[in-house]
Design a protein around this ligand. Structure first.
Ligand code: GLU
Length: 324
């Protein structure tokens, strides 16, 4: 009896609020991001804000979670612990094809792409006093290559291998989260660290504005690496974004893309709502920082290797971004 009474109250309340009864029940979604000083975290926050503005229309409440990064996010989305995750385009590709971190588990068949967002550069930050100007100068140095749940770890290993450095034999490695690396660099406990991240990021600002002078080291002579993997492309780190850094000119490196993924098990209406709100608010999104300024609706469909989720596809067809 109590239950029936409760149901009647909910129904009456939702009618009064002008909601249809199915929307009276809020659907909670969580977006997995990265460290709070990275760019995934504020990006997830911006996406959540856009979706939450329409809570009455969609009945969705979005939140973000700080996580270990791309590999963690793919796995958590597949396990159903997270509904969405921001992940590097290379990790999306590897998960879909059962490579690298997914070699033992095999292809992640339930992984679905939603859209891609901005380029992330493989960024090598080094102490000037360690004499590192190029990735090739890392031999024998103390270097953080990233935590195992992060996406950047594999980029780092790929880049090192491309220039003939074996990360296990030729370096003293640390495997801590990128968010902790700036502190270790400033404290003199490491000589350099890698971070695959959009610019500017708080972590890199932290690393470049301390007492120990820091520079970006170039990652060059990687044409073979770029030819081998479809998800890598050349890029530069715009040094003007970091006034404290020692470099005078933009620094050569390579990049991947930050993408949003979900699972085939997440309902179409939820993925549709997230996609629609981000695309309809793209102009506001672009104003949030330089990293988003070059976003276009078309570029947001590049760099995806998992099948596009049907909820996102519905929106892309509706607005003609993808033809029937
Ligand atoms: N690309 C990093 C990773 O997957 C995270 C970067 C960020 O949090 O902005 O591990």
């Amino acid at each position: 009896m109590k239950k029936i009474l409760f149901a009647c109250v909910i129904l009456a309340a939702s009618v009064l609020l002008g909601l249809n009864p199915s929307q009276a029940r809020t659907q909670f979604i969580t977006i997995g991001t990265g460290g709070i000083t990275g760019v995934y975290y504020p990006t997830g926050g911006a996406i959540s804000k856009m979706v939450n503005k329409k809570k009455r229309e969609y009945g969705i409440r979005a939140t973000v979670e700080s996580t270990g990064g791309s590999i963690y996010n793919v796995n958590a989305v597949i396990n159903g612990d997270l509904e969405f995750g921001i992940v590097q385009s290379d990790c999306q590709y590897q998960a879909v094809h059962g490579l690298d971190a997914w070699k033992n588990k095999g292809p992640q068949k339930d992984l679905r792409a939603v859209f891609s967002i901005y380029p992330e550069s493989i960024t090598l930050v080094a102490a000037v006093d360690a004499g590192i100007k190029n990735i090739k100068d890392l031999k024998g140095k103390k270097v953080n290559i990233g935590n195992p749940g992060s996406g950047q770890r594999q980029n780092t290993i790929d880049a090192l291998e491309a220039v003939g450095i074996n990360y296990e034999k030729d370096l003293h490695i640390e495997s801590i989260k990128a968010s902790e690396a700036p502190g270790l660099l400033q404290d003199g406990r490491i000589d350099a660290f890698f971070y695959t991240v959009g610019h500017p990021s708080i972590a890199i600002k932290e690393a470049t504005s301390g007492a120990r002078k820091v520079r970006f080291a170039a990652i060059t002579d990687i044409d073979q690496l770029l030819a081998k993997y479809p998800y890598y492309g050349k890029s530069v780190i715009p040094v003007a974004l970091y006034p404290g850094v020692d470099n005078k000119k933009d620094v050569e490196t390579f990049h991947v893309k930050a993408t949003l993924v979900t699972s085939a098990n997440v309902p179409d209406d939820v993925v549709y709502a997230v996609t629609r709100e981000v695309f309809e608010n793209i102009d506001d999104f672009k104003k949030l920082g330089p990293i988003y300024s070059s976003l276009t609706k078309e570029s947001m469909l590049e760099g995806l290797s998992a099948p596009i989720h049907p909820g996102a596809m519905k929106y892309y067809k509706e607005v003609g971004l993808i033809k029937e």
